[in-house]
Design a protein around this ligand. Structure first.
Ligand code: ADP
Length: 357
C-alpha cells in the first residue's frame, strides 16, 4: 500500500469524541481495521451491494467499477477502500483531494498506477477543478491529456492509463459535481452505527488489543460513541488505560462509566464543549431562541467552533434545533441535563402521554 499524503478530515482538535482521526488513531487504526467484507461490521446494505460488485468483477476477471463512499468521518470509508483492494487481490494507493492541487499531481499518480490497482481518493470533494476534470476522462476512458507548455504553444499529449478502480470518499456527497458523481458505477451511503453494531466493533477491537471486557462494559462504551466506530475504538483505548491503572484490568459497565467520566464524556457521548453549549442555552437563555453569536460568546468559543464542532451532534441527537429565530433547546435537552424548563419555554412543551393499554 502506498500513502501519498496524510488522509483524514480536519485535525481532531484534541477532543476524545471528535470523529476525525488524530495522530494516535492513525498509528493504531491499521491494526484494528477489518481485512475483508465478512469481518466488516454493520452497513448491511453497502456491504451486500459492494459484495455483488466485487464478485461480479472477479467473475469477469475485470477491474471493479469505480466506487463512491459517502458518510461522516470515522464510519469506515478508508477501511472499505482497503477491503475493495484486498477482495480484488490488488494493491492500493492512498491519497486525498487536498493533496491534489494541480492536474499534474493527479497525472503523476494516475500514470504510475499498476493494472487493476485501487486508487483511494479521500475527501474527493476537495480536489481542484482542473484535477477533477482530468479525473472524468481517466475514470471513463482510462486516458488523460497531459498539457505540455503554456499559452498558444501548449499541446495536449494523450496518455493511456492501465485500468484501475477509483474509490472516492466524501463526507459531503452533495458537493460533488454531477458529472463526477455519475462516473461512479456504485455509490455506498454509510450510516451511523446502531449501538448493537458498535458493541460488536468494541468486542472485536478488545480482542485485538487484549482487553477483557464484559457485554455490559461494551454496551456502556457503545452508548457514548456517537454512532462512530473510530470514537468507539478511541474510548475503548482510554477505558483500557483506566482499567490497567485503577483496577484489575477487566472492563465492566461501572468501570467504563467511571473511566469516561474522568474524560468528561457523558452517558450519551456529549463532551465538555457540547454540555457547555447546552447549559448556556438552558441556563442563560431559558432554552432559547438565541442567536449563534450570542450563544458562542456565552460559552467563550468561536462561532465556527459552536456551529461546526458542537452543534451537528446536538442536532442529530435531538437536543438542539436550529430555527430562523435562533437556537432552541428541545425537551430532551432539559431532561438530559436534569433541569426543569420554565413554564412557556419551547422546552416545556411535553409530548401527550399515551393512554394506558
Ligand atoms: P473513515 O475513512 O470513514 O474516516 P476509517 O475507515 O478510517 O473511517 O475507520 C475508522 C476506524 O474505525 C478504523 O480503525 C476501523 O478499524 C474502525 N471501523 C470502521 N468501520 C468499521 C466496521 N464496520 N467494523 C469494524 N471496525 C470499523
Amino acid at each position: 500500500m502506498t500513502w501519498d499524503a496524510p488522509h483524514g478530515e480536519e485535525p481532531a482538535d484534541g477532543r476524545l469524541v471528535a470523529a476525525a482521526a488524530d495522530i494516535e488513531d492513525a498509528a493504531v487504526e491499521a491494526a484494528l481495521r477489518p481485512k475483508d467484507l465478512a469481518e466488516f461490521i454493520g452497513q448491511e446494505r453497502v456491504r451486500e451491494q459492494l459484495d455483488l460488485v466485487l464478485r461480479a468483477a472477479r467473475g469477469r476477471r475485470a477491474t471493479a467499477d469505480h466506487v463512491l463512499l459517502s458518510g461522516a468521518p470515522g464510519l469506515g470509508k478508508t477501511t472499505l477502500a482497503m477491503i475493495v483492494a484486498a477482495e480484488m487481490g490488488a494493491p492500493i494507493r492512498v491519497t486525498s483531494g487536498p493533496a491534489i492541487q494541480h492536474a499534474g499531481d493527479l497525472a503523476a499518480i494516475l500514470s504510475s498506477l499498476q493494472e487493476g490497482e485501487v486508487l483511494f481518493l479521500d475527501e474527493i470533494h476537495r480536489m481542484s477543478r482542473p484535477a477533477e476534470e482530468m479525473l472524468y476522462m481517466a475514470m471513463e476512458d482510462f486516458r488523460v491529456d497531459v498539457i505540455v507548455g503554456k499559452g498558444p504553444g501548449a499541446t495536449a499529449i494523450p496518455l493511456e492509463l492501465p485500468p484501475f478502480t477509483l474509490v472516492g470518499a466524501t463526507t459531503r456527497a452533495g458537493l460533488l459535481p454531477p458529472p463526477l458523481r455519475d462516473r461512479f458505477g456504485f455509490t455506498g451511503h454509510m450510516e451511523f452505527y446502531a449501538p448493537r453494531e458498535l458493541e460488536r466493533v468494541i468486542h472485536r477491537s478488545a480482542g485485538l488489543l487484549d482487553v477483557t471486557i464484559d457485554p455490559a462494559g461494551a454496551a456502556e462504551i457503545a452508548g457514548r460513541s456517537r454512532g462512530t466506530p473510530r470514537i468507539a475504538n478511541r474510548l475503548l483505548r482510554r477505558v483500557r488505560d483506566y482499567a490497567q491503572v485503577k483496577a484489575d484490568g477487566e472492563v465492566t459497565k461501572e468501570l467504563a462509566a467511571r473511566a469516561l467520566e474522568v474524560y468528561e464524556v457523558d452517558g450519551r457521548g456529549l463532551d465538555r464543549l457540547d454540555r457547555a453549549v447546552l447549559l448556556a442555552l438552558l441556563k442563560l437563555f431559558g432554552g432559547g431562541p438565541v442567536g449563534l453569536s450570542t450563544l458562542s460568546v456565552a460559552v467563550g468559543e468561536e462561532r465556527e467552533t459552536v456551529e461546526e464542532v458542537a452543534e451537528p451532534f446536538l442536532v442529530r441527537e435531538g437536543l438542539l434545533a436550529r430555527t430562523p429565530r435562533g437556537r432552541i433547546a428541545t425537551p430532551a435537552a432539559w431532561a438530559h441535563l436534569g433541569l426543569v424548563p420554565p413554564q412557556g419555554s419551547p422546552g416545556s412543551v411535553r409530548q401527550t402521554p399515551l393512554p394506558d393499554m
